[in-house]
Design a binder for this molecule. Sequence first.
Ligand code: FBP
Length: 550
Amino acid sequence: MIKSVFQIERAKYSPKMPKALTGSVKVVEGEKTDSVADQKEIKKLFPGTYGMPIITFEEGGKGVAFPEVNVGVILSGGQAPGGHNVIAGLFDGLKKLNPSNKLYGFLGGPAGLVDHQYLELTSEIIDEYRNTGGFDIIGSGRTKLEEPSQFDKGIEVCNLLGIKAIVIIGGDDSNTNACVLAEYYLQKNTGIQVIGCPKTIDGDLKNEMIEASFGFDTACKVFSELIGNIMRDANSAKKYWHFIKLMGRSASHIGLECALQTRPNVCIISEEVAAKEQTLEEIVNAIADIVTERAKNGETFGVALIPEGLVEFIPEIKVLIAELNELLSNGETAENFQTLATNTEKRDFVIANLTYESSKVYASLPTRIARQLTLDRDPHGNVQVSRIETERLLIEMVEKRLTELIKSGIKVKFSSQNHFFGYEGRCAAPSNFDSDYCYSLGYIASLLIGSGKTGYLASVRNTTAPAAEWIPGGVPITMMLNMERRNGEMKAVIQKALVKLDGAPFKAFAEKRDEWAITTSFVYPGPIQYWGPSTVCDAPTKTLQLEKAK
Ligand code: FBP
């Protein structure tokens, strides 16, 4: 592999670790736990792994010799900066427990476990990937692990390779699968442990015990740099409104964090749209009002941030999507839809099969956007919001609204550009925070394996303090479960963390947004810094700082 000078220098970075992990470690068990909701149902579904205690790793312990163990690791779902460091931390932790331990990587995500595609990860391979972005060391995938036949295929390959533990690095859906797998292997007495690690740039896998999912820090910093660059261009040329859609799936954490870092004129928060039951028309009119107000001051430019999942939160489109899900997921109508050859036939078919209200909404959307709403769902049943051009939808509708205002005598000029930031940040070189955090998560996974645990998610708390003071541990995944309707059935799943409207990050934004809307207040954060003062290189996200502020 040909390396850039940056990669060569960055490979030498030694991730900072919690002091508790630097010597011998002792396991401290806390109180028994309960799931966040639906305790009775979850307990019944997970009799073996329900109620386990929270684990903390503290300095001390006797440094006992660990028996040899082989471990398998899986990268699951969308890429997030730092995944390679989780694997490096896991590898180093396993070797420290016993130098004969082996780590196998399953290739291409969970499918690698089922299809028996794997690679032994040696120190030569690991060293190539330390502190790098991407998941290319073993690849990732979105195969859903839910069928006993898949779990049994996993047992076969584990027996073949002598694997006694599997580490799944994934988001809420993948760690829900990890929990199901842990319970299955426990019930079947296979002796195979399953440990999860919290990954996703979306930032929606967090709770009391999991302060952040890895990748959020780096991705937001990359997007904020790009937004800042666009702001500076907008402020220089003074001729465009830039509409920027930001990844994050349902949750608006990325949009909110980037808004706190850059101070845009508009940032829509999907969770607020849902709470206030704002219609698409209301959202459009509010943006058009800001464009008009700024034009009065001669500022015919601006920046609007749009969360990727917005459409799912606008009440009338939410109902439409739910109807489309029913219509196109199973059964005869779904099959009939698939046989239609042209987009026009598909559009007519959908309109004819929706309720009156939803068919009106569907027909009112630009054809391209309406078609995007009918694209295939991902294997977990989620609408692929990254493929819906919400930023263009809003531009078209704001233009229409402004044309009406112009006709009524209001003077306003509006030229737009649209952008979508997501893939630009998912594989960026991890920031110091993500490099450190991920390495610790992987190292902790090795300790959870060493202490015989299963059904746990590796956790690091106190992450706004210097890394030496971080608190390493493990949280039972069952603690995060609740029952939700998925693909027409009630399922136990990890509760997604959406933006809290009474939380400190949203409040900080809401307090300032009216001012930022009219008075150009842009902040240009610049690129991530990997060398230099700690205040520049190690600062966690504003979201984390505000959430953890005492
Ligand atoms: P995960 O939830 O698997 O971490 O993926 C996050 C994400 O980047 C979302 O922000 C985005 O909607 C989605 O993946 C895009 O998926 P794909 O990589 O399949 O295009």
